[in-house]
Design a protein around this ligand. Structure first.
Ligand code: ZN
Ligand code: ZN
Length: 483
C-alpha cells in the first residue's frame, strides 16, 4: 500500500470514531458502507460504537461479519452484550475468545466480571480471579490493581460470596472511594447492616471522604438490616458533611421508615422533599404499604405509580395486590382490566442457574429444556412433599400473575424459579449451595415455597431477585420475609 492510501484510512477511522463518540451511528454507518479500504480498526470502531449506543443487534451483525478479529473486537462485543443486559451471551463470547487463544486485557476482564456478577456465574468469575493472580495482572500498576479488585469485589458480592469479596477487598492497600463503595454496597445487598456500618467507619478513619453513592450504600444497608434509627441518623449527618441528599437518599429514608411501619411519617417525607418524587420513591412507599397492609396510603401510592409509569406492568400488579390483600377483588380486577385496555405487556420472568460451567435458563412454563419431563415430574413431587408439611398455594398476588403467562395456561406452580429448583434437585449434589438469579421480584408464593424446599430437602438456596438476595436455609429466609 502506498503511503497516501495509508493516511487516507487513518483519517477515515478517526472520522468513524468521532461519529461514534457523538452517537451519530447513521453517519458512521454510511461512511463505513461506502468505503472499500476498511481495515480491522474500522470494524472495531463500528462494533464498539453500536455497543455503546445500545444497539446490540447491529453490533453483533458486524462482529459476525468481520473478516478477522483481535482482542479489541472481542472486548468490544463482550462489552456490548453487558451493556445490553445479555450477560449469558457475554460469558459465551468470553469462553469462545479463550478457545481462540485471545489473551484478555484488563478492560475485557472487567466487563466479563460484570457479566459473571449479573448472571451469578461464580465459576467463571473464580476462573478469572485465578487468571489475574497467575498472570500477576495489575500487580505492577496500583491504579489497574484497584480497578480489577473492585470488579472482583462486585462480582463476588453479586454471586453471594461475601467472604471471598472481603478477602479481595482487604488485600488492596490503596483503596479508593469506588472500592469502598463496592464493598459497602455488596454488604447492603445481603442485609449485613452492622458490617456495612463497620466498613463505613473504617473508611472515615482512613480519611477517604464519603460521596453520594457511599451514603446510598450505608442507608440501604441500614434499611435491609432493619436498623431504622441508625439509618435516619446517617441521613441527617449527610448535610453536615457537605453532601446534599438526592432523590435516591430520600427514597431510602422513605424505605427505612416504611419498613419500620412508620408509614404516615414516610409519606410526609415523600411529600415534603425538595424535588419531585419519582416512581422509585413512590415504589418504596408502596412496598411498605404492601408489607404492613396499609390500605389508604397504598392506593394513593399505587395511583401515583401508574400515572408516572403507565407502561410498566409491575405498577399495576402492585396496586392490584393492595386491593386483593384486603379482599377488594372487584377493584383488583378493575386494575387488571385497566392494564389490559392500555395494552401494557408484562416483562417475561426468567431464572438462571449455573451448573457444570454452563448457565441454564428457565422461563415460566418452560418446555424447551432437555430434561423437561424429569423436571416437571420433580415439580409435581416437590409440591406433594411440601403439602404434607402444610404448604398451601398463596394466590393473593395472583390477580395479575407477573411471572407466569396465565393467558397461555401457565400456572404458578411453574414459575421459573420453581423449575430451576427442580433442576437443582435433579442435578446438583446435596450439600452444594443452590444459586438462582431471577430478573423479577420473587412472588409471595415462590418465597414461601422456597423456604419449605430448603427445610424439606435440606438444601441451602440463594436467590438473587431484582432488588436483593434471599438466603434460604432450614425453612427461613435472610430477608425475614421483608422484600
Ligand atoms: Zn413466583
Ligand atoms: Zn427472602
Amino acid at each position: 500500500m502506498k503511503n497516501g492510501a495509508m493516511d487516507f484510512i487513518v483519517i477515515k477511522n478517526s472520522l468513524l470514531s468521532m461519529y461514534c463518540d457523538m452517537r451519530l451511528l447513521g453517519e458512521a454507518r454510511l461512511l463505513f458502507d461506502e468505503s472499500s479500504d476498511l481495515d480491522l480498526i474500522s470494524w472495531n470502531v463500528m462494533v464498539s460504537g453500536y455497543g455503546k449506543s445500545g444497539n446490540l443487534n447491529a453490533a453483533r451483525y458486524l462482529f459476525d461479519e468481520m473478516p478477522e478479529k483481535n482482542l479489541v473486537s472481542w472486548g468490544a462485543m463482550i462489552d456490548a452484550c453487558v451493556r445490553g443486559g445479555d450477560y449469558v451471551e457475554a460469558l459465551r463470547l468470553f469462553s469462545r475468545s479463550q478457545c481462540e487463544g485471545v489473551r484478555p486485557d484488563i478492560v475485557m476482564l472487567v466487563s466479563t466480571l460484570k457479566a459473571c456478577g449479573h448472571a451469578g456465574s461464580i465459576r467463571q468469575g473464580y476462573w478469572i480471579h485465578l487468571y489475574i493472580e497467575q498472570n500477576k495482572l495489575g500487580s505492577s500498576d496500583k491504579g489497574s490493581n484497584v480497578i480489577l479488585s473492585t470488579a472482583l469485589v462486585d462480582m463476588y458480592c453479586r454471586c453471594g460470596c461475601i467472604d471471598a469479596a472481603f478477602d479481595v477487598f482487604d488485600q488492596v492497600t490503596n483503596k479508593d472511594i469506588v472500592l469502598w463503595n463496592a464493598m459497602i454496597g455488596g454488604l447492603a445487598m445481603h442485609g449485613h447492616g452492622r458490617r456495612a456500618l463497620e466498613i463505613f467507619g473504617r473508611m472515615m478513619e482512613t480519611g477517604v471522604m464519603p460521596n453520594e453513592s457511599t451514603y446510598m450504600g450505608v442507608m440501604c444497608a441500614c434499611s435491609h438490616g432493619g436498623m431504622v434509627d441508625e439509618g435516619i441518623e446517617i441521613f441527617e449527618s449527610m448535610k453536615t458533611r457537605g453532601v446534599e441528599p438526592q432523590r435516591e437518599h430520600y427514597g431510602c429514608l422513605v424505605d427505612l421508615m416504611g419498613r419500620a411501619g412508620r408509614i404516615r411519617r414516610a409519606e410526609e417525607v415523600l411529600l415534603s422533599m425538595p424535588m419531585e418524587p419519582q416512581a422509585e420513591q413512590w415504589g418504596a412507599l408502596m412496598s411498605a404499604c404492601r408489607m404492613h397492609r396499609e390500605f389508604d396510603v397504598g392506593v394513593r401510592a399505587g395511583r401515583h405509580l401508574i400515572e408516572l409509569e403507565p407502561h410498566d406492568a409491575g405498577r399495576y400488579v402492585m396496586l392490584a395486590n393492595v386491593y386483593a390483600g384486603t379482599g377488594r377483588w372487584k377493584e383488583a380486577m378493575d386494575v387488571r382490566r385497566e392494564m389490559e385496555e392500555k395494552g401494557v405487556k408484562k416483562e417475561r420472568g426468567w431464572s438462571l442457574i449455573e451448573w457444570n460451567g454452563r448457565v441454564e435458563e428457565f422461563v415460566a412454563g418452560d418446555w424447551r429444556h432437555q430434561q423437561r419431563r424429569k423436571i416437571y415430574e420433580v415439580v409435581g413431587e416437590m409440591e406433594r412433599r411440601l403439602e404434607k408439611v402444610g404448604y398451601v398455594k398463596d394466590t393473593s398476588e395472583m390477580v395479575i400473575d407477573m411471572d407466569g403467562e396465565e393467558e397461555k395456561g401457565v400456572a404458578m406452580s411453574h414459575h421459573s424459579e420453581k423449575l430451576a429448583m427442580a433442576f437443582a434437585i435433579l442435578n446438583i449434589g446435596e450439600g452444594v449451595i443452590v444459586r438462582i438469579v431471577k430478573n423479577l421480584r420473587v412472588c409471595r408464593d415462590c418465597h414461601n415455597y422456597t423456604k419449605l424446599v430448603s427445610k424439606v430437602y435440606g438444601r441451602e438456596i440463594v436467590v438473587r431477585d431484582r432488588s436483593r438476595f434471599h438466603h434460604f436455609k432450614e425453612g427461613f429466609c435472610s430477608c425475614n420475609d421483608y422484600w
